[in-house]
Design a protein around this ligand. Structure first.
Ligand code: NAD
Ligand code: ZN
Length: 373
């Protein structure tokens, strides 16, 4: 992973994965200026065919600009309806059929223009269409820019579970234009910040301190602050992914707060909490568990809670208390369970976490229902 600053308002980061290495471009990339954006896209597109996969919310905002940068190639556009419920096999089949009917061949290049839903689906189509074609990520949510577009996980959901059908498949490049975040709804923006805070906890205490010092700039979506946030988040994610591309070990630390978060999402009913909101509450629980199980400093658990709150995120379930037993069961069914053990990513200190599988049910209950302890 190498960082380089081309110009002050944009930077790039190389993800080192041998021949699957690629560059993440971050900053004001000129997505609204076709001539400017074409300079980034042209070298990435080998053939004469391109298909842009986007959705009905993002298309009116950014599609024309991106089409303007694609020049004289054959360009086809598939617009999905908005929402997680469309990240499924039916959409996968519809996009594949669309590509076949428009006669796309092995040299086509797919472009994912949207949030994580569009990126995950488009990436999975790219992984499988004619046994794999090039794809470029143009993530348009903060969550997609700091998390889902990096790392090569692609998937669709099955009625039996989220992301149950997918592939590891790396993009040719990621173009994260910070200016598109201006139109993101406030809750979606804050939800992305939860994953950003996660990187500070799992990998980079310096970054955690920087976030604490820059809350106002983050809340106002300052482009300089966002460029820093995306660069440092992607650097952490790329580092972890480079060490363990297929999640056989270390990559699991990216799930800090997620064992709780997934259980909250599931029990409250999908759609009640945004993923990042559930992860924020989950990280506060994971920090509490770390205090009780492995000596994480209480004062640092409080700092985490305060930072999340300052960024506009929920840190408790509020009046939506969930049954302790139901939470434990929901976690037991979580896919991060290995060999029947409950697995948690716990913090030893800010910036240092480890995967732990010897948490007692009693300690866990104390976290879920502090009134009982
Ligand atoms: N592949 C991975 O490693 C990975 C990691 C984390 C999450 N994910 C997946 O990502 C998905 C969630 O992604 P998400 O949070 O980006 O949700 P999303 O794609 O549903 O986007 C959130 C909302 O914002 C809208 N939107 C997108 N860009 C916008 C913009 N610039 N302006 C205004 N509105 C905009 C979308 O249309 C949608 O309504 C989930 O399916 C999750 O499983 C994947
Ligand atoms: Zn997450």
């Amino acid at each position: 992973m190498n960082r380089s600053a081309d110009e002050t308002n944009r930077q790039s980061l190389q993800v080192d994965l041998g021949e699957r290495s690629y560059t993440i471009h971050i900053g004001a990339l000129g997505i609204r200026e076709p001539a400017e954006f074409a300079k980034l896209l042209d070298p990435l597109i080998a053939g004469q065919q391109v298909a842009v996969i986007t959705n009905e919310t993002v298309a009116p905002l950014y599609l024309d600009a991106v089409l303007g940068a694609l020049g004289q190639r054959q360009v086809d556009v598939y617009q999905l309806p908005d929402g997680e419920s469309h990240k499924n096999l039916a959409s996968f089949e519809a996009v594949t059929t669309f590509l076949l009917e428009a006669r796309h061949n092995r040299t086509t290049c797919l472009i994912a223009l949207g949030g994580g839903v569009v990126g995950d689906l488009c990436g999975f189509v790219a992984a499988t269409f004619q046994r794999g074609v090039d794809f470029i990520q143009i993530p348009t949510t903060l969550l997609a820019q700091v998390d889902s577009s990096v790392g090569g996980k692609t998937a669709v959901n099955h009625p039996a579970g989220k992301n149950m059908i997918g592939a590891f498949y790396q993009p040719k490049a990621v173009l994260a234009d910070t200016t598109v975040l201006a139109t993101l709804p406030p809750r979606e923006y804050a939800a992305g910040l939860a994953e950003v805070v996660k990187y500070g906890v799992i990998d980079d205490v310096e970054f955690f301190r920087w976030l604490e010092a820059n809350v106002a700039a983050l809340r106002s979506r300052s482009s300089d602050a966002l460029q820093q946030v995306i660069l440092r988040s992607c650097a952490s994610k790329a580092k972890v992914v480079s060490e363990d591309e297929r999640e056989s070990g270390r990559r699991a630390i990216l799930n800090f707060g997620h064992t709780f978060g997934h259980a909250i999402e599931k029990l409250a009913g999908y759609g009640q909490w945004l993923h990042g909101e559930a992860v924020a509450i989950g990280m506060v629980m994971a920090a509490d568990l770390s205090v009780r199980h492995c000596g994480f400093a209480q004062v640092d658990a409080l700092r985490l809670r305060h930072l999340l709150e300052a960024l506009g995120l929920p840190v408790t379930l509020g009046d939506q208390e969930l049954e302790t037993q139901a939470m434990i069961e929901a976690m037991g069914l979580d896919k991060k369970v290995s060999d029947g053990q409950l697995r948690f990513v716990l913090a030893r200190q800010l910036g240092e976490v480890y995967v732990c599988d010897d948490v007692s049910v009693q300690t866990l209950k104390a976290v879920l229902d502090p009134s009982q302890s």
